[in-house]
Design a protein around this ligand. Sequence first.
Ligand code: HDE
Length: 674
Amino acid sequence: MSRISDTRGNGGELHQTGGDALTTNHGVPLSDNQNSLRAGVRGPTLLEDFALREKIFHFDHERIPERIVHARGSGAHGYFECTDPIPELTRAGVLAKAGRTEVFVRFSTVAGGAGSVDTPRDVRGFAVKFYTQEGNWDLVGNNIPVFFIQDAIKFPDLIHSVKMEADKGYPQAASAHDTFWDFVSLMPESMHMIMWAMSDRAIPRSLRMIEGFGVHTFRLVNAEGKSTFVKFHWKPKLGLQSQVWNEAVKTAGANQDYHRQDLWEAIDSGDFPEWELGIQTFDAEWAAKQPYDVLDATKLIPEEDIPVRIVGRMVLDRNPDNFFAETEQVAFLPTNVVPGIDFSDDPLLQGRLFSYLDTQKSRLGTTNFHQIPINAPKCPMHNFQRDGMMQMAVPKGRANYEPNSLHEVGEDPGPRASEQGFATYKDMTDLGNKPEEKLRVRAELFGDHYSQARLFYRSQTEVEQGHIADAITFELSKVGLGHVIQRVLGHLRVIDEDLAETVAEGLAEDLPDAAKPMREPVDMAPSDALSIMKRAKHTLQGRKVGILIGDGGDMDKVEALKAAVEAEGGSVMLIAKERGKAEAQLAGSPSVLFDAVALVLSAEDAAKMAKFKPAVDFVSDAFAHLKAIGAEDASAKLLAAAGVVPDAGVTKLDPKAFVEAAARRFYDREAKVW
Ligand code: HDE
């Protein structure tokens, strides 16, 4: 009888060159992975077909629940190198001794599901697992140094309000809707974070260009048992860079994996992303003098007050081998601290100490999730915990309880707690707490909801302030509840009257009375460290230039530009109308995917392109997104069709001039375009 598999045109042979024999999960070698077992050539499939049943059974169960927040993430392996050890502050080897520690990092958006886009307006998670010699230390932070709420008991409400609305199931990955703004407008403590979330911080250009923050106050504890309060900071080597809003929106359509791909490709090409780890340290005496409470996660410590001291650097140099096994199954736990690092009584942090352990059981299905390779410590691990679903360890002997005297009969008694082990820092009173009563209250200074919102807003450049006003106007324009819009405007009036007026004008709304603050805000000295633009790093490192070519452009110019961009650490992609003539197809490679563009065209090419919408969009978007455009007079027709008005960001194809312009964005163009 002829074999049906012959119809595949390969004679039914498995064309496997090299590789291991295909087996079932139980190791039985298989002879056919193309056809299920049938009763007759055209007959029904047999229940006996264990190969088919096992394959489909496993497939049916491939998905696990996605994270309730931070569902969409991208991971990478690397190392942390302590360059300036701080043994005087902590006994944690990872920070007390110079040297390297392996890490796994997962970046994420917060609100969207696992399959949502990379570029919505959102906070970015920045979670680092350090596999130290004294156990895993997880620094589970964000790219914004403060948070929406002060107390963990409000977290489910916050997240319910920002996720898709409960009845409609939309919007996905967006805060621009009724329930989010309803909630935050009733929670004035969120106003500081709202300023950050509406700023350019929430639309980063690349995960390699974000800062990271531990957010909460933690403790460092040294070998003598002395505690120092600490805030953790990650500073990107490539500098901070954001998209503009219109660009972020279009990027979502052009490449929904924009950040994931950027991270992957950078590591793959050996351009390893790098951050410095910095600390701000202080004692209780200093904390007592501040106009805010250091236990309040809606407040930051200005870098001008306590400079960030760099203690090490982190390099991400290896992509995951398997997305699910590593990036999806990684389980971060703020409770993962090592001897020498301890918690503070921040009520948001305290709630997190419960939540993350709990959520892993729901996601990963077993209390043994610590045995999954990405979660397992890389130092020895011994205890008396046993059994449980999916137990992978095979402990020997009888010692599964303690104390025991099994050693007296020559048996292994198992591990023992040691004095060098983790010991919780004992003093609960050093920040003025008096733990004699059980109370459901907030400390007095937690009642200041506006001072730092104002500090953040007033520390921005005018352009950045404009972006914040635009973002709030846009978000509120999606809110259908008039009383909510009014309530937000009331808060904005307390933060900054000009901001409130600009937003009200943008919405054509009347200004309501200002909100009544629980505590009158204080004016803090503006902090340049809070602005992206004041510290902008003009560089081509990690940036990408798109060069549009036609049939008649001067390819020597292309080569010269490419060499100049690459010499500055950037990369180049050649784009043509037809993919076969370059590296990318114009219609599929809009300029939102590049940091700067160049047009190497003949006059004839430009005239044709001026009538081709993707070409016109390519140039007009680059101009509107404040990017450098390199072009000769030959491209005049295309430039004109795209509405380009010459300015400092529009250069000739002279490599030096173009490279200089391509390393920056031209924010003063904004007033002309938007
Ligand atoms: Fe999270 N958060 N969170 N969070 N969070 C989770 O844990 C939670 C908060 C952060 O890439 C969950 O494993 C509560 C602040 C990151 O896997 C969950 C509260 C900060 C990630 C959870 C907060 C974060 C999470 C969901 C208020 C910045 C992704 C899946 C008390 C300092 C980690 C999971 C990753 C993930 C709870 C607030 C950062 C449900 C209850 C503040 C980066 O446990």
